[in-house]
Write a protein of this length. Structure first.
Length: 474
């Protein structure tokens, strides 16, 4: 164990706590992560005595570092070479049932370990010289690490009642580490799920983001569902569950499909917001579903209804209401476009329109569309993938030729107004749109001259006359 305490800060702490004649341990996530051989960054140190006083002495010794002190929690921390080192006095702690504000009393190391969330997060390594590197594991954390188990050190009802966010943390750690939640611990989540309501939306979203950024987030979302938490924190996603059968025809199980799409996408992108777009892409399917005799199940306009839902759900969940939300909304709105295109003949004009609407997000949209293919029918999947490859090739060609990605009309509204001596009006918009359509449909080239001629033609169809005379413009 000593080998793993590479950071020279540990030796400094060791000498100082010995001088003060008190016990000290490195504890929690840092210890868990070195044992799992994961990158561990922030260091938590527990001191059986005043954490604040030791923090100050250590910070002084390593180079007069600035210490932030949180008196009410009895903690202090400083940054040492980019690593946050936090000191806390060992505590006995109990939380008020209706808030997260703990009442704190001094305690022993064991008191401190048992009030932590999971056995794997309650491991401590001694920093005192005499016992330096010794692992203290009163709750079988090592065993649980080996057997890949998430389990609370105390009766789970107490641990989760102390801080209900831990129910989500259990699912988050299980997902990140590919661990199983011990049955009793899981049953306690099921029993205590409603207590999640006292936790702030921001903290919930932090955990959800960590689930979304895992390698297989579907595992986490299935656990959220199974525990009953999903229905409380994300009812719109929960709504996608279930299959209806009419006339012997069943539709897709849309929750299952959604989490599969999310997993698929995780193979090709680390972009958190594109991953959120996968979660939202079919969010309106239940709301739009209809059975039409002769046609079967339809989900007409689910991309439009879904895009409308995005800001509402983001707002309620306290996901960011900024360009990230707009991006997710855009992806939801456009998610069917590449697949629809791939099903038809892939024409230049359809590709140009797709590029025009997606702009710089086209590559992300293509990744989402590819991830959306979850069919078990191999022939079908390979057909779609080939068509997508064709769409990608065409996108490249069109892009090289036409410069549509960040398209700006070669003709301004001002020019239309001055050419036809008309006032700003709907007609200006009609002419501008017709120019855009003509360019996207490949009817005219994407340049000033072609667009100008087209504008004159369109104007004359609308009964307007060119007051400047054609020649003036060239
Ligand atoms: N902890 C806890 N209950 C919480 C949050 C944290 O018992 N609700 C304890 C755990 O012992 C945890 C330690 O505090 O290991 C540090 O918490 P934190 O930094 O949030 O988590 P880590 O375990 O370090 O993991 P991560 O950095 O992935 O969040």
């Amino acid at each position: 164990m000593v080998d793993q305490l590479q950071n020279k800060i540990f030796k400094i702490i060791s000498n100082i706590v010995d001088d003060n004649n008190i016990e000290s341990y490195v504890i929690g996530g840092f210890v868990r992560d070195i044992l799992l051989k994961r990158d561990s960054k922030d260091i938590d140190v527990v001191v059986v005595g005043s954490g604040i006083s030791i923090a100050k002495q250590v910070a002084k010794k390593v180079g007069n570092l600035k210490v932030s002190v949180f008196k009410t929690f009895g903690t202090a921390m400083f940054k040492y070479n980019d690593v946050e080192v936090e000191f806390v006095g060992a505590r006995k702690e109990s939380y008020n049932r209706n808030s997260r504000k703990p009442t704190v009393e001094n305690g022993t190391l064991k008191d401190d370990q048992e009030r932590r969330d999971f056995t794997i997060n309650a491991l401590a390594i001694s920093l005192n010289n005499k016992t330096y590197g010794k692992l203290i594991d009163p709750f079988g954390g090592i065993n649980d690490l080996e057997n890949k188990i998430i389990k609370t050190p105390l009766d789970s009802d107490i641990t989760f009642s102390d801080d209900p966010l831990r129910m989500l943390r259990a699912i988050r750690f299980a997902t990140q580490l590919d661990f199983t939640i011990e049955e009793k611990t899981f049953n306690s989540i099921v029993r205590n799920k409603d207590r999640i309501n006292i936790i702030s939306k921001e903290r919930i979203v932090d955990e959800l983001n960590k689930i979304v950024m895992s390698t297989n987030p579907s595992y986490g979302f299935r656990l959220l569902d199974k525990s009953g938490l999903l229905k409380i924190i994300f009812p719109e996603l929960y709504e996608l569950k279930g299959v209806e059968i009419i006339d012997g025809l069943a539709h897709k199980e849309n929750f299952d499909h959604t989490v599969k799409v999310l997993d698929n996408l995780c193979r090709t992108t680390d972009d958190l917001w594109l991953r959120w777009a996968a979660i939202f892409h079919d969010i309106a399917k239940t709301r739009t579903k209809k059975f039409i005799t002769g046609q079967g199940w339809t989900f007409h306009a689910h991309e439009f209804v879904g895009a409308k839902m995005v800001p509402k759900v983001f707002n309620r969940m306290k996901l960011p209401m900024n360009e990230k939300m707009k991006f997710v909304q855009k992806m939801v709105l456009l998610h069917l476009r590449p697949i629809n295109l791939a099903q038809e003949k892939v024409t230049d004009s359809a590709v140009r329109r797709l590029l025009f609407d997606a702009g710089n997000d086209i590559d992300k949209l293509m990744l989402l569309a590819e991830a959306d293919i979850t069919s078990n029918n191999r022939a079908k999947v390979s057909k779609f993938m080939n068509n997508f490859a064709l769409v990608r090739r065409k996108l490249k060609e069109v892009e090289e030729k036409d410069n549509i990605r960040n398209w700006k009309s070669p003709i301004s509204g001002e020019l239309i107004i001055s050419t036809f001596k008309i006032s700003p009006s709907k007609t200006v918009g009609i002419i501008k749109d017709s120019i855009k359509d003509a360019i996207l449909d490949g009817e005219i080239e994407n340049n000033y001259e072609s667009a100008y001629n087209f504008m004159l033609k369109k104007g004359s169809e609308l009964g307007l006359s060119d007051t400047k005379g054609y020649c003036e413009k060239f």
